[in-house]
Design a protein around this ligand. Structure first.
Ligand SMILES: Cc1cc2nc3c(=O)[nH]c(=O)nc-3n(C[C@H](O)[C@H](O)[C@H](O)COP(=O)(O)OP(=O)(O)OC[C@H]3O[C@@H](n4cnc5c(N)ncnc54)[C@H](O)[C@@H]3O)c2cc1C
Length: 358
């Protein structure tokens, strides 16, 4: 029997495992996907890694992410915005504007992608701690702690531990069979907390060179027409290629066109924005998070893009004596962000310690 089971090997769950292991606990992390990182995902080319999930951190105001990046020896680069940016209205007409997309404090990117940060956190764990392709389905409170039933490629498995940390978006927590069932009010609180950016999709366009810079453009754009709504330069310093990334303005239903068509529409929009004479992207990669069952739920199809007013969620007794929530959405600070994922992990480890002593 482990001392602690963690469900979810995103940044938050890995950070919980790292902290708990460091204080001597025997930890098991159950991860549904065949990879760690959750919403952190990078597309790798021979020149580097480009983020298809989170890309920006703000170390000036986010102490935990700043420290984790420092400890991992990661190189940070400022989001480039030099040059003019382009505005596209509803009708598709474009306008060139000389004042760019000023970010204060500046958004920083991680060379190697945010995956490098996640891998650094995971590398501190013994190889047997993280169990990939282990989908948690059922949690039963027992006299001694919890019993967790998981689906694995080799069949169902039951694990036991005195404590459990759920490091996953609250709406996915709501999909677990928790026995005895949580009070209705708690189920409603879980359902009301959208997975941050779970309804979003990102496009990455790779070019042989930064064609937009030929005409003094920054690669930044805002569009009311779509498919992309906000675009930024994603190029890496010294790389033998260039890149743009964009967030989709189109909601999930509009994005549900065949993938090849969506890629063509993105390529066409980029040519409209950055120069019809310029070479088109050599490749467009699309990551639609709404299609990921371990990130998004049906309810996430309908959320707007405004930042929800997240609050920490704690289960009442008897559940709360054994089960603690982590994951960015329950953080007391920077909920939704990578910093929040680390803050929630910190609070969860403190919570499991006080639950153990209580
Ligand atoms: C497109 C996009 C852009 C973003 N941009 C930024 C940004 O620029 N800066 C920033 O700070 N943040 C950004 N974010 C948010 C950031 O990604 C999150 O804050 C962070 O990754 C959350 O980490 P987490 O560990 O809390 O959750 P997750 O990464 O979602 O991890 C949860 C884990 O639980 C696993 N899981 C779920 N259900 C089960 C189950 N039943 N059994 C086992 N495992 C399960 C999942 O597979 C996943 O690995 C962005 C997110 C997206 C999608």
């Amino acid at each position: 029997m482990a001392d602690l089971i963690v469900i979810g090997a995103g940044l938050s769950g890995l950070a919980v495992a790292r902290r708990a292991s460091a204080s001597g606990a025997d930890v098991v992390v159950l991860e549904a996907r065949a990879r760690v990182g959750g919403r952190v995902l990078s597309h790798r080319t021979r020149s580097g890694a480009y983020d298809l999930g989170p890309a920006w951190i703000w170390p000036a105001i986010q102490p935990r992410v700043a420290q984790a990046a420092r400890e991992a020896g990661l190189i940070l680069i400022e989001q480039t915005a030099a040059g003019d940016f382009v505005y596209q209205d509803h009708s598709g007409r474009t306008q060139r504007l000389s004042h760019g997309f000023a970010q204060e404090p500046p958004s920083m990117r991680i060379v190697g992608g945010v995956t490098a940060l996640v891998e650094a956190v995971a590398s501190g764990l013994a190889p047997t701690v993280v169990r990939l392709e282990h989908v948690a389905r059922r949690v039963v409170l027992t006299g001694a702690g919890v019993e967790v039933t998981v689906e694995t490629p080799a069949g169902a498995l039951t694990l036991h531990a005195p404590r459990l940390v759920l490091a996953m978006p609250p709406r996915l927590v709501g999909q677990l069979a928790i026995i005895p069932a949580l009070p209705l009010a708690v189920q409603q609180v879980l359902a009301a907390a959208p997975g941050w950016m779970a309804g979003q999709a990102k496009a990455l366009a790779l070019y042989d060179r930064p064609v937009w810079r030929d005409s003094g453009l920054s690669g930044g754009a805002f569009s009311q027409a779509g498919p992309l709504g906000e675009i930024h330069d994603a190029s890496l310093p010294g790389a033998a290629e260039a890149a743009l990334f964009g967030f989709f303005a189109w909601p999930p239903a509009l994005r549900a066109t065949p993938r090849a068509d969506l890629r063509s529409l993105v390529a066409r929009q980029l040519r409209t924005l950055f120069g019809a004479d310029a070479a088109p992207p050599r490749e467009v990669i699309i990551q639609d998070w709404i299609r990921e069952p371990f990130t998004a739920t049906m309810a996430d199809h309908h959320d707007d893009n405004s930042h929800p007013n997240y609050r920490p969620i704690r289960f009442p007794a008897p559940w709360g004596e054994r089960i603690i929530l982590a994951g960015t959405e329950v953080a007391a600070a920077f909920a939704g962000y990578l910093e929040g994922a680390l803050a929630a992990a910190e609070a969860a480890v403190t919570g499991t310690a006080s639950a153990s002593s209580g």
